[in-house]
Ligand binder design. Structure first.
Ligand SMILES: Cc1cc2nc3c(=O)[nH]c(=O)nc-3n(C[C@H](O)[C@H](O)[C@H](O)COP(=O)(O)OP(=O)(O)OC[C@H]3O[C@@H](n4cnc5c(N)ncnc54)[C@H](O)[C@@H]3O)c2cc1C
Length: 448
């Protein structure tokens, strides 16, 4: 639904997509406020030590570069083909972007969005109107946004349009148990279970050194952790990993991680191969690690158990830094085992509680917004690089002027790419600005 400037657009989340969306809106002359629960790019900071698999050129917009360069002539961006770690991406691009005149005064960090509704309207009022008809609809009322700062003080902010770029981490990790529900005891042990990508070879080293870790998951996060733990095992004796996946590894992969034929992202391909090789080394116990040319014995530090699921988990605190887990597994390697660490890389879900009072139609399978989710069902390639955006109309929700972009727009699907998010931003502003051909990314000047 078209909104004339200088209307107010509130953006939820100062991750990469929230920042880029805010910049685009500011270039168009909208009044913008960005609310971020933590620090700038809080989610990316959590995996800041990990190298990205897409080159910098895919992770930045021409508008972003132009904004930084317009302010600081000495700014030298990373080369477009450079593979940055998350932390470098923040330091060399996202942070300078957030400090440009266009954005600096418009970002409020440590400001949690608690809930969103509409002035005067309840969720059930005026249903089924997506703003495409003439006459009054829910879009005539402002959004009412409850935010809370770091001191716990709450206030209400109003907005004409909202872009929700809160990502998927706030909703929490998917559960370990059968059918995606918690394993017996998992909720009670939740505080002791590690998730995400700890800095295993850096600041979290002592947490894993000399320990036996149960690693759960079959995606690239699990692969990254397996490779780091195997490296730690070479450096710190007694370090071991038992890696389980719900299903068998994909046919022909030689391990848990799917290989993409002719992968155009060498970093991703190398990670998958390395992780799969480790599981074969683990099985044989004494094989040499051929894939990366490291011929030191990797004497079975990684044991891989496919088709194995956590049935029950009990966590005990031995001391502040030391835990002990008793884990009952079912499936191929059924039995009861002891571990020092449980590291769950089972994926994440978006936090939809903030939109409970709005008319957002969510997909029953992915939890993503329905129109986009339905369109994505048609994209079945195993390679996220093959994705395209699905058109501006798929970004519309039954709630007029509420748009979900970025990783959250994919719900529980894990194949979102930043380059897709940038394209979503261009598309959403063709709706908000009511100009089908609007494309600031094409018309940008790169110098003052
Ligand atoms: C290890 C790793 C490597 C990756 N490498 C690549 C890569 O090479 N290429 C690629 O394309 N993608 C990569 N990704 C994925 C990419 O990082 C994410 O898709 C991207 O961060 C999504 O950006 P976003 O802005 O949508 O969400 P996020 O980065 O998750 O940002 C969301 C922000 O919203 C904030 N927030 C959440 N809830 C609230 C709330 N209620 N109120 C206020 N603020 C809130 C969060 O604190 C966060 O700062 C990688 C991911 C990981 C984990």
């Amino acid at each position: 639904m078209a909104i004339d400037t200088p209307a107010k657009i509130v953006i939820l989340g100062a991750g990469p997509i929230g920042l880029e969306a805010a910049l685009y809106a500011r270039f168009l002359g909208y009044d913008v406020a960005v609310f971020e629960a933590g620090e700038l790019a809080a989610s990316v900071r959590r995996w800041g030590h990990v190298r990205m698999f897409t080159p910098f050129g895919m992770n930045r917009s021409p508008l972003g570069l132009a904004a930084i360069q317009a302010q600081d002539e000495s700014y030298r961006p990373p080369a477009d083909d450079e593979l940055l770690a998350g932390r470098q991406w923040i330091d060399r691009y996202l942070a300078p972007l957030s400090q440009t005149d266009l954005l600096a005064e418009h970002i409020q960090t440590q400001t949690l969005v608690v809930a969103i509704g509409k002035e005067e309207l309840l969720k059930g009022d005026m249903p089924g109107n997506d703003g495409s008809e003439d006459g009054a609809d829910r879009g005539d009322w402002s959004f009412r946004i409850l935010v809370r700062n770091a001191d716990g003080e709450e206030r209400v902010e109003l907005a004409d349009a909202v872009i929700d770029a809160t990502g998927v981490f706030a909703g929490g990790a998917n559960y370990l148990g059968h059918g995606g529900i918690p394993a017996v005891g998992e909720l009670a042990a939740a505080d002791l279970i590690d998730t995400r990508l700890p800095d295993i070879l850096g600041k979290d080293r002592q947490h894993f050194a000399g320990k036996h870790t149960l690693l759960v998951g079959g995606g690239h996060s699990a692969a990254t952790n397996a490779v780091a733990l195997a490296q730690l095992a070479r450096e710190a004796s007694g370090t071991r990993v038992t890696w389980i996946t719900r299903r068998e590894g994909p046919a022909g992969a030689g391990g848990p991680i799917a290989l993409i034929a002719g992968d155009r992202l060498p970093e991703r391909a190398a990670l998958a191969r390395h992780a799969n090789d480790l599981t074969r080394i683990g099985l044989a116990g004494q094989l040499q690690e051929a894939s990366n040319g490291n011929h030191q014995a990797a004497t079975g530090s990684v044991t891989y158990w496919p088709a194995t699921v956590v049935e029950k988990v009990t966590g005990k605190v031995r001391s502040t830094a030391d835990h002990e887990f008793t884990v009952e597994l079912s499936g191929r390697h059924a039995g009861t085992y002891q571990f020092d660490r449980v590291l769950a890389n089972t994926g994440f879900r978006p936090s939809n509680w903030i939109i409970e009072e709005l008319q957002i139609h969510r997909c029953y399978a992915t939890d993503g917004p329905m129109k986009l989710a339905a369109a994505l069902l048609g994209q079945q390639s195993a390679d996220c690089l093959d994705q395209t955006t699905c058109g501006p109309k798929t970004l519309l929700n039954p709630e007029p002027n509420y748009y979900i972009l970025g990783a959250k727009s994919y719900g529980r699907r894990s194949n979102f790419l930043l380059s897709v998010g940038l394209e979503q931003i261009r598309e959403v502003f063709t709706i908000i600005g009511d100009r089908e051909t609007l494309n600031l990314y094409d018309n940008v000047k790169l110098s003052r």
